[in-house]
Design a protein around this ligand. Structure first.
Ligand SMILES: [Zn+2]
Length: 321
């Protein structure tokens, strides 16, 4: 992404103080469980559940939309295997992946990262939000359909079906009957478990998710966004998987956070258990670089009105009304 000199300078300043950049540079101690050419994984030192892990790009990016296409494709292509390995190592039926974009969404580190929680019933963790009002999202769905149609015209490999909400040949999106908050949207791939998805399916899911959360953010003028994937059985999910997209506002009162376990588990022991399991993932060859699954850049351009005549521009401005 082409950044202005001011933003570039801010980023450089942020990097200097970033704990995770220091850990990645080997200047601070951590409990590493995974590393490849693009990303690294480590235990959260204040875990909410046993096996609570953090995965992040080696490079410093502040939020999801800053990730270059290759990094995005790598991270989300690997995610199903990481989830599977985490479940196997911790012997649990479910997992949650949690992404926060912005302080209002609970982002605490300036380095983009993803929390991975092993999940099971009665684990004391609840990441399901509260009770929200239904929002009229017709403008949003229109924009998402337009943006994804445009995406598939540039990047063949999928197609958008005509729908009141969102449906392509793989991913479905809808607003839940009981939304957690304003603008809550759920994406899924019917009949599939998340850890059975291949790399391309997972990338597609997160490509739609990334566009959708940017459009929600823009059209509802939110302060941040959460992407929360619940897969398998837990307090927050019965079966299958759901990827929840949630625009967030400062003081919106949603309880989407966690407390560290009162008694810190043996992190060294968990580290070696996870390392054994992740070793295989780590040493599978990296995916072929795919240019097509771009997300942030193109959408930013669209949102920055660089194509004022296009259908998309019109759809986006309609969504803002
Ligand atoms: Zn950093």
């Amino acid at each position: 992404m082409a950044l202005s000199p001011e933003v570039q300078a801010q980023l450089e300043e942020q990097k200097k103080h970033c704990v995770f950049c220091k850990i990645i540079a080997g200047e601070m101690k951590s409990f590493p469980i995974y590393k490849d050419a693009v990303m690294t994984g480590m235990l959260d030192i204040n875990p909410a559940v046993k096996g609570h892990a953090l995965f992040m790009p080696l490079e410093h990016y502040p939020i999801l939309s800053f990730l270059p296409p290759e990094t995005f494709a790598h991270l989300f292509g690997k995610l199903p295997t990481l989830v599977k390995s985490l479940k196997t190592a911790m012997v649990v039926p479910g997992a949650t992946a949690f992404i926060a974009n912005g302080g209002a969404a609970g982002q605490q580190s300036p380095h983009f990262l993803m929390h991975l929680f092993p999940r099971e019933r009665w684990d004391g963790l609840s990441l399901s939000g509260g009770k929200g009002q239904k929002t009229d999202l017709s403008g949003f769905w229109k924009s998402l359909n337009a943006v994804m149609t445009e995406h598939f015209s540039r990047n063949p490999g999928g197609s958008v079906k005509t729908s009141e909400t969102y449906e392509d040949d793989l991913v479905q999106g809808s607003a839940p009957d009981n939304p957690w908050g304003k603008g809550h949207v759920v994406l899924s791939i019917p009949g599939k478990e998340f850890d059975q998805l291949d790399e391309n399916a997972s990338r597609r899911l997160f490509t739609v998710a990334s566009y959708a959360s940017s459009i929600l953010f823009e059209s509802l003028q939110a302060h941040g966004t959460n992407l929360i994937l619940h897969t398998g059985e837990s307090e927050d999910n019965d079966s299958g998987f759901r990827l929840h997209l949630l625009p967030r506002w400062q003081d919106d009162g949603l309880l989407l956070s966690w407390k560290p376990l009162a008694q810190k588990p043996d992190l060294e022991a968990i580290k070696s258990k996870l390392r054994d399991e992740f070793f295989v993932v780590e040493h599978t060859p990296p995916p072929i670089k795919r240019k097509e699954e771009d997300t942030g850049d193109k959408l930013k351009k669209i949102l920055e009105k660089q194509s004022p005549d296009s259908e998309i521009e019109r759809a986006i401005s309609e969504a803002r009304k």
